[in-house]
Design a protein around this ligand. Structure first.
Ligand SMILES: NC(=O)c1ccc[n+]([C@@H]2O[C@H](COP(=O)([O-])OP(=O)(O)OC[C@H]3O[C@@H](n4cnc5c(N)ncnc54)[C@H](O)[C@@H]3O)[C@@H](O)[C@H]2O)c1
Length: 329
């Protein structure tokens, strides 16, 4: 059986997925839609399938098994709910929404419909991290400290949606969300308290820029573990660095690019990443669709990670510690 796949959004990350899916023998890239129709047409020319300017028409007309939703954070409106109503499974890029209210509304719709969902938290599919997590769990988990940092630059040019809080959510919500999710996944516990501080003055001279230039987020997990995620988009290109470190009782995991260094007592070993995590996550999603099985990162996981980042934004804006959960779902 070939899984008939459609796309909503044909931009940068859509290309990453389409390139990989095109090599899967059990996938048919059947249709592409984008608010800018030429982009959908360009994808259809490369991968085959029909092009649409309107995803509603695509979902009505094509008998799709699954859709890849690859649109910017601000653009999420009815796409996921439409998929739920039509029984179409979906893979959606992070962050799942800009507000928790919307994410919870979608969650209710997809869980009611019973469709298969997956959120693109790519790091969970690096074999190095999966093995590191397995070793951690084998030794009982017991994470004590998780720290991660995203020392990067400003994404895109002056007109890009990334620089506007109302469009992207800001660096933490849009980008460092990967590190918050990694923390939840590795620590194996939910965040129950967040204190965050944003630096918002330094890059205000950049055109069209209104997000944080830097953020420091401190988290306390239900398990008792503590964590931090620090981010900036003000780094010099040669100084960029995205990484993490986790300290557990008798075990330490240190990110090294996509590899992980495992330290146990005086022993140090390196877990090498050998997979393309985008291939691995896309493969997992397609396999789950074929098997009718839930994915490892269903929509609910995306809502939980979003909730932590939204709590952090609230904490920074209101100057207080924010306790989770912010909503029941
Ligand atoms: N997992 C990862 O590592 C990763 C990497 C990059 C981006 N992303 C995420 O993927 C999402 C998209 O990012 P991108 O870099 O591909 O953005 P992009 O701007 O390159 O592409 C977005 C595309 O969506 C289209 N679009 C916008 N609104 C639409 C709508 N209502 N209906 C249909 N199409 C619409 C745009 O015309 C554009 O072609 C973001 O949420 C981003 O955070 C994830």
């Amino acid at each position: 059986m070939k899984v008939r796949v459609g796309f909503i959004g044909c931009g940068g990350i859509a290309r990453v997925h389409a390139d990989r899916l095109a090599k899967f023998e059990d996938v048919e890239l059947a249709a592409f839609s984008d608010a800018v129709p030429e982009r959908a047409r360009a994808f259809a020319e490369t991968y085959g399938g029909r092009a649409y300017g309107d995803y509603r028409e695509m979902i009505e007309r094509e008998k799709l098994d699954a859709v890849f939703i690859c649109i910017p954070p601000y653009a999420h409106t009815d796409q996921e709910i439409l998929c739920a109503e039509h029984g179409v499974h979906f893979f959606v890029e992070k962050p799942v929404a800009l507000t928790l209210e919307r994410a919870v509304e979608v969650l209710r719709a997809v869980e009611r419909a019973g469709i298969i969902t997956m959120v693109g938290y790519t790091r969970r599919f690096l074999d190095s991290l999966r093995e590191a997590r397995r070793m951690l769990l084998e030794r009982g988990g017991n994470a004590i400290l998780y720290e991660a940092w995203w020392i990067g630059g400003v994404a895109g040019g002056p007109e890009h949606w990334w620089r506007r809080r109302e469009l992207s959510g800001g660096q933490l919500v849009e980008q460092s969300t990967h590190l918050v999710d990694l923390g939840r996944w590795l620590v194996g516990s939910e965040v129950e308290e967040v204190a965050a501080y944003f630096e918002t003055r330094s890059l205000r001279d950049l055109p069209n820029f209104n997000i944080e230039a830097a953020s420091a987020v401190i988290m306390r997990f239900k398990s008792g573990a503590v964590g931090s995620v620090t981010s900036t988009c003000a780094a010099q290109p040669a100084g960029m660095d995205v990484n993490f470190r986790l300290i557990a009782r008798n075990l330490e995991l240190i990110g090294a690019g996509n590899d992980v260094i495992v330290v146990s007592g005086s022993e140090r070993s390196v877990l090498k990443a050998t997979v393309d995590p985008f291939v691995a996550e896309d493969r997992h999603f397609i396999d789950c669709v074929k098997a009718g099985a839930p994915t490892e990162v269903p929509y609910r996981e995306g809502v939980k990670t979003l909730e932590v980042t939204i709590a952090a934004v609230r904490s920074a804006e209101e100057g207080r510690v924010v306790r989770l959960p912010l909503a029941t779902y």
